[in-house]
Design a protein around this ligand. Sequence first.
Ligand code: FES
Length: 98
Amino acid sequence: MSRSNSQLLRVAEAGRAPVSFFLDGVEVGALTGDTVLTAILMQQRHVRHSEFSGEPRAGFCMIGACQDCWVRCEDGARIRACSTLVKEGMRIVTKGAR
Ligand code: FES
């Protein structure tokens, strides 16, 4: 379920129901109740790149306060990854979404 280059490693609650979503056009898995931030960081090491430096970002506060985790859906909707639960079929873009 996680890739070898993931930022996070799941060590508990691995028995929750699986959810599929699309990350940069590729179907991947998460678990029901995961935030979008957790779901993305189980797959890769960043959620977006900084508009200013271009450096990869992986969130900071994890409580919806710092705005370091904004990502876009393919439909253009902007969501705060740390405070949004991943949903079946969600289509998230982390590459080239400025
Ligand atoms: S990580 Fe700070 S608002 Fe999401």
